[in-house]
Design a protein around this ligand. Structure first.
Ligand code: AOF
Ligand code: ZN
Length: 376
């Protein structure tokens, strides 16, 4: 439950709002502040959801005389970058306009040879003279050097345009650069601050909130629960109310006690078991071991190595609290509901920056960001 931290969250949200206003004021230093073009980049970038793997979601548009002549986004891990897609989309009859156009891109163009050649070289080769960038690329191979290269080669670069939004877009990428999945905690609390009762499954949110959670599942590579939640709820953890693919189901089970339970209740179904006993496979169950003297962070790093770049944590209380106490979270999505439980399991307490508050029917959703991560 978030009551106790709401004051902290509210206060910090005021601070966030004013710093945002300052930042937007400084964004106004750009001579022609066409926010709509950068916002179009953000929209485009989001089309890469679930496709870019551990790469960032990036969008780009080419603008000539206030009109978009090309647009693109990073469609797929290992595929062409947003700028290259935007260039490729320009109609042959308009290609001569490219050197006269402004390139808007939500992330600093790269200058390294990765799976694709540097975008910066291509931008200069195309004769583009003006580039507007949402935020710098935190990848140490790029970070500031892309912008520097463009400037050294005669382009005007306007950086940090709508940078808060641009940075929000790449939050998962920032976590991934550190070798961790992007970790989203999720829980629902009763009005009096409980998330449920011992050994009893209680439903608190309405159907719209449930659909939203299913949508979040489609956007996650993995979904993690604690052992007690598995044993009590026998949750399906699948995507049902919206189209999309199921995330990999993972149980945090240090002592490796859930194998027979999973075999019985989920016959033939794939699960990862994050444990401290052994590695290996038991039919469809994959055991991932971190060592006894290591903390959960080591386990989460192993999950990242197994391709879990975004992780939704759906409880229970013990797991959520241990992740909060260890600072192992990037974002929390908390539903406050109208139910009264009177007693039960106390909801986790969490200090963070309130990023968004939304009414979902009678439920209220709070999106809270980890304050120690400077991407808001
Ligand atoms: C851009 N535009 O659209 C993206 C960028 O292995 P590669 O060649 O795909 O390079 C991946 C890195 O490039 C990634 O870690 C990030 O630093 C940057 N991503 N850069 O100019 C894009 N997606
Ligand atoms: Zn690039």
């Amino acid at each position: 439950m978030i009551c106790a931290h709401v004051a902290a969250v509210k206060n910090s949200s005021i601070a966030t709002a004013s710093s945002r206003a300052d930042k937007r004021y400084s964004d106004r230093m750009i001579p022609q502040p066409e926010d709509k073009f950068m916002r179009r980049c953000f929209e485009l970038a989001l089309l890469g959801q679930n496709q870019t793997g551990k790469n960032p979601k990036v969008g780009a548009v080419l603008v000539y005389d206030n009109t978009i002549i090309g647009e693109g986004y990073h469609k797929k891990f290992g595929g062409p970058h947003a700028e290259i897609e935007a260039l490729a989309s320009v109609r042959p009859a308009e290609r001569h306009l490219i050197p006269l156009s402004t390139l808007y891109v939500s992330l600093e163009p790269c200058l390294h040879f990765g799976k694709t050649p540097p975008c910066t070289e291509r931008i200069i080769a195309e004769g583009i003279k003006k580039v507007v960038v949402g935020c710098s690329d935190p990848n140490p191979l790029v970070s500031g050097k892309g912008i520097q290269y463009l400037r050294q080669n005669g382009a005007d670069v306007f950086e940090n345009h709508l940078q808060n939004e641009a940075r929000y877009l790449i939050r998962p990428f920032c976590a991934n650069l550190n070798g961790l999945p992007y970790i989203v905690l999720k829980w629902a609390a009763s009005k009096d601050g409980y998330i449920g009762k011992q050994r009893e499954q209680i439903w608190l949110t309405n159907n719209y909130s449930k659909m939203l959670v299913h949508k979040w599942r489609t956007e996650s590579d993995g979904i993690l629960v604690g052992k007690n939640t598995l044993l009590t709820d026998i949750p399906r953890l699948t995507v049902r109310d919206v189209p999309g693919i199921n995330p990999v189901r993972i149980v945090a089970d240090r002592q490796l006690r859930t194998i027979s339970f999973l075999n019985e209740h989920y016959p033939g179904q794939h699960w990862l078991i994050l444990n401290q006993v052994r590695d290996g496979n038991f039919g469809p169950l994959q055991l991932i071991r971190y060592h006894n003297d290591e903390n959960l962070e080591a386990g989460l790093r192993l999950l990242f190595d197994h391709g879990i770049h975004t992780l939704l944590v759906e409880g229970g209380n013990e797991l959520l609290n241990s992740m909060i106490n260890a600072g192992l979270w990037h974002e929390a999505r908390v539903f406050s509901t109208a139910h009264i439980l009177t007693e039960g399991i106390k909801a986790p307490q969490l200090e963070g920056k309130l990023h968004q508050q939304r009414q979902i029917g009678i439920d209220k959703l709070h999106v809270i960001l980890n304050p120690s991560l400077h991407y808001d």
